[in-house]
Design a protein around this ligand. Structure first.
Ligand code: HEC
Length: 122
């Protein structure tokens, strides 16, 4: 019985350590250090820095027929669903950023919040 309690508490400890680590994932990666989904999802101060770091290098030049880098172009792919579909790796969309790890879930949520707000130029 004692042994069983020991095994269970070990499992609980390991599980809580892992969830702790996972919770901190956004803090560990510099790109998402400023990620905060409680604040207003501002295009200029939140969305552009993200897209600039992870997307514009290819899409300013129109890679894959998708041009990004101005409010008008970024709004166009927000409105047609491709921005969120690609970064969320939704089925039916090509997963982005190409050749790089998926954005953190906090940053994906941040972009979604901006899209859901009607992708304002704020
Ligand atoms: C290394 C270059 C590169 C980077 C970085 C990159 N893309 Fe792409 N992207 C491409 C290419 C190439 C295609 C065309 C892929 C295809 O059709 O198979 C594409 C396609 C797309 C599409 C069209 C997807 C579809 O299903 O129609 C969208 C939207 C897109 N990218 C958004 C983004 C976003 C948002 C980011 C940043 C998170 C990003 N891309 C980062 C190269 C890149």
């Amino acid at each position: 019985m004692k042994k069983l309690v020991g095994i269970i508490s070990t499992i609980v400890m390991v599980a809580s350590l892992q969830s702790c680590y996972y919770d901190k994932a956004d803090l560990l990666y510099p790109n998402s250090a400023a990620c905060d989904t409680t604040a207003t999802a501002s295009y200029s101060t939140k969305v552009v820095p993200l897209l600039n770091a992870q997307c514009y290098s290819c899409h300013r030049g129109g890679s894959g027929g998708i041009t990004m880098g101005t409010y008008a172009t970024d709004k166009a792919i927000a409105v047609n669903g491709k921005l969120y579909g690609s970064i969320n790796h939704s089925s039916g969309y090509v997963a982005m950023p190409q050749g790089a790890p998926k954005m953190s879930s906090c940053n994906i949520a941040l972009v979604k919040k901006w899209v859901d707000a009607g992708s304002p130029n704020n």
